[in-house]
Design a protein around this ligand. Sequence first.
Ligand code: SAM
Length: 282
Amino acid sequence: MLENALYIVPTPIGNLSDITYRAVEVLKAATLIAAEDTRHSRIFLDSIGVKNTRMVSCHDHNEAERADLIAGEVAKGGLVALISDAGTPLISDPGFRVVRELAACNVKVIALPGPCAAITALSVAGLPTDRFTFRGFLPVKEQELRAAIADLQNIECTTVFYESPRRVLTTVKMMGELIPEHPLVLCRELTKTFESVYRLKAAEAAAFLEADANRLKGEFVLIVGVPEKTASGETLSPEVVRALEELIALAPVKAVCRALAPLTGLRVNALYEKAMELKERA
Ligand code: SAM
């Protein structure tokens, strides 16, 4: 049962089949659709059979006016759907001022769950998701970008960024320089034909992208993990942890740690701590 309300309606981030039955139902019933770019959204709306609904633009520069218009439409018994160019409105997209204004006027706002590039990327990254931070787009100015990336050394949970294909190489190069040991997952063209997920260490990522021009094309979500640390504070790269895991299944722990220490530059004790943790987990 649909209500007179403002509905926040997520739309696909690439694959047009990623639209929920409920989203289609709301879009078909809407008396007004507020879209970030009406021309862009008409193509998608046409594809789901929504053709003649009145549309208005709603972007960063006219949200205050649009809030009044939307509140008026709901007040006279209408149903308004807010959509953005792709994914979930308000997530690095316009809309929060509209929702804030309507909520302040006690107009009902109903959010539908649906596609979101950040959540899709997190689900496939293979990094811890018990706690994560979403940071949207990184700063453009070099000093601010540097500071934001350097700050990741102090972050103890997974961090999600949006990035444009024009800037991804610069960003990833800086990550390689400032946080080389951090795990980095590059999620490219999610839900689309050339969807790719690259799981690397920050130090390796720029060379990997530059090795093939196709790897730099399309839309990106970057996910930065936290490097593995031993209780003594030393950082073990994912490769060392993997080697340790495989070798302790074949040889005595102490011998493995003594052999790996000169190869990795890590202390025998740091390797031993990790090896015992892995044994307990096994
Ligand atoms: N509201 C959208 C959402 O829910 O994900 C995000 C809008 S934001 C303006 C656009 C950014 O999202 C892109 O620059 C890219 O970083 C990310 N993005 C959107 N679609 C994507 C996709 N299919 N694959 C990877 N990243 C995507």
